[in-house]
Design a protein around this ligand. Structure first.
Ligand SMILES: Cc1ncc(COP(=O)(O)O)c(C=O)c1O
Length: 379
C-alpha cells in the first residue's frame, strides 16, 4: 500500500496530536510488519496484544471477506449472523457455566458494560480498583483506572472508586463500606509493564467480594484469548469472576470487546445496547480467531519460556506470551534501538519493556528478536 508522499505533514495538520509516532506501517503478515520504506520488522507488540493470530491470518481474512460479501451490518434490531455461535463459544472457553455474553466495540466499552451490570445487580454505586490499573479511557472505565496523569484532567468521574495497593488484601478488606458494587482487577497488569498478581491475590479478592456481596470483575482485555497459555489468565488460579471483560485479541484486530457474566447476571430489555457492537463482521472475525487460537494454545507456554530463557539476564516477568522486564530510564532508547534493528518492542509504564507478540510467532523469530533485544540492553 502506498501512503501519500506528504503523509506526516497531513497527519500533523489534520489529526489530533494525541499520539507520538515515528513509523508508517503499511503491511503485515504473521509476526512481520513492513514500513513505507520497505523495512521489515519482527513484531513483538502485535498492535498491543491485539493481532493474536498474527497480521492478516488467512482464516481471519477469509472469514471477514466472506461475511462482507453477505452482510456488513443489520443492527441488533435483528438476529445477527455469527453472534449467537460466538457467544456460545466465548461462554464455553470462559468456563462460566450457564453464563451469558454481551459484545462491545472495545475494551473500555466492555468495562463500561461490566460497571453498569454490577450496579444493576447489586443496587450499589461504588467500585474498588487497584494501583497501576488500566481499564480504559471512557468516563466510567477511566474512573477505575489508576494513573493520575490520564484520569485527573477529567475529574469528577463516575463511579466513585477507591484505589487499593495491587496485591494488598488487608487494604481491600478495609475498602468495603456497604455501597461497593464491584471490584475490578487485571490478573496481570499490562499497561503498567506486565505485573502478575501475587500468588493467592485473585482468590483473596473472590473471598472478599463474597463476604461483602460485591461482584468480582476480571479485566482480561489484555491477558485474555490465549495470551498467557490458557484462554484467560484467571484460569491459572482457583478464582472465578462474576464478570469477565475482553477485547484486544478477540478478533485479531477487528474492533471488538465482550463481557461474559456468570449465570443469573444479565442485561434485560433496554438496559444496555450499542449500534455497532457484535456486528456480523466482528463476530465472523472473532469466530475465526478463536478457531486459530484453539490450535495455537498448546504452543504458547513453550514460546513464552523461550523468550524468558533468552532474556534471563534481565529478570523477565513472563506468563505465556506476555513478557515484561524493567530497564528504567533506558526504556525509550532500547525501544528505538530495537526498531532500528528490525524488532518492535513496547515501552510500557515505569521503565518497563513489554512484549506481547502475535501468538503465531515462530521459534526462529523469537530467537532473532531476543538477539536484538539483548544487544540493545547490553550496550
Ligand atoms: C487491561 C485493559 N483494559 C482495558 C483496556 C482498554 O481497551 P480499549 O483500548 O480497547 O478501550 C486496555 C487497553 O490497553 C487494557 O489493557
Amino acid at each position: 500500500m502506498e501512503l501519500a508522499e506528504n503523509y506526516r505533514e497531513l497527519d500533523a495538520r489534520y489529526y489530533m496530536p494525541a499520539f507520538s509516532r515515528t513509523t508508517e506501517i503499511v503491511r503485515g503478515q504473521g509476526a512481520r510488519l513492513w514500513d513505507a520504506e520497505g523495512r521489515e520488522y519482527i513484531d513483538c507488540v502485535a498492535g498491543i496484544a491485539v493481532c493474536s493470530t498474527g497480521h492478516c491470518h488467512p482464516t481471519v481474512v477469509e472469514a471477514i471477506c466472506e461475511q462482507a460479501h453477505e452482510l456488513i451490518h443489520c443492527s441488533n434490531l435483528f438476529y445477527v449472523p455469527h453472534q449467537a455461535e460466538l457467544a456460545e463459544k466465548v461462554v464455553e472457553i470462559s468456563g462460566l457455566v450457564g453464563g451469558k455474553a454481551f459484545f462491545s466495540n472495545s475494551g473500555a466499552e466492555a468495562n463500561e458494560g461490566a460497571i453498569k451490570l454490577a450496579r444493576l445487580a447489586t443496587g450499589r454505586k461504588k467500585f474498588v480498583a487497584f494501583t497501576h490499573s488500566f481499564h480504559g479511557r471512557t468516563m466510567g472505565s477511566l474512573a477505575v483506572t489508576h494513573k493520575p496523569a490520564i484520569r485527573e484532567p477529567f475529574e469528577p468521574l463516575e463511579p466513585a472508586c477507591t484505589f487499593v495497593e495491587y496485591g494488598d488484601l488487608d487494604a481491600l478488606e478495609r475498602a468495603f463500606d456497604g455501597d461497593v458494587a464491584g471490584v475490578i482487577v487485571e490478573a496481570i497488569q499490562g499497561e503498567s509493564g506486565v505485573i502478575p498478581a501475587p500468588e493467592g491475590f485473585l482468590e483473596g479478592i473472590r473471598a472478599c467480594c463474597d463476604r461483602h456481596g460485591a461482584l468480582m470483575i476480571v479485566d482480561e482485555v489484555q491477558t485474555g484469548m490465549g495470551r498467557t497459555g490458557k484462554w484467560f489468565a484467571f484460569q491459572h488460579t482457583q478464582a472465578q469472576p462474576d464478570i469477565l471483560t475482553l477485547a484486544k485479541g478477540i478478533a485479531s484486530g477487528f474492533p471488538m470487546g465482550a463481557l461474559v457474566a456468570r449465570k443469573g447476571l444479565e442485561f434485560k430489555g433496554g438496559e444496555h445496547g450499542s449500534t455497532f457492537a457484535g456486528g456480523p463482521l466482528a463476530c465472523a472475525a472473532a469466530r475465526a480467531t478463536i478457531s486459530v487460537i484453539e490450535e495455537l494454545l498448546p504452543s504458547i507456554p513453550a514460546k513464552g519460556a523461550r523468550f524468558a530463557d533468552g532474556l534471563a539476564a534481565w529478570n523477565p516477568r513472563q506468563v505465556g506470551l506476555m513478557i515484561g522486564f524493567t530497564v528504567g530510564e533506558r526504556c525509550a532508547e532500547v525501544q528505538q534501538y530495537c526498531a532500528e534493528h528490525g524488532v518492535i518492542v513496547n515501552c510500557a509504564a515505569d521503565g518497563n519493556i513489554r512484549l506481547v507478540p502475535p501468538l503465531v510467532i515462530t521459534d526462529e523469530e523469537i530467537d532473532a528478536a531476543v538477539g536484538v533485544i539483548n544487544e540493545a540492553l547490553g550496550r
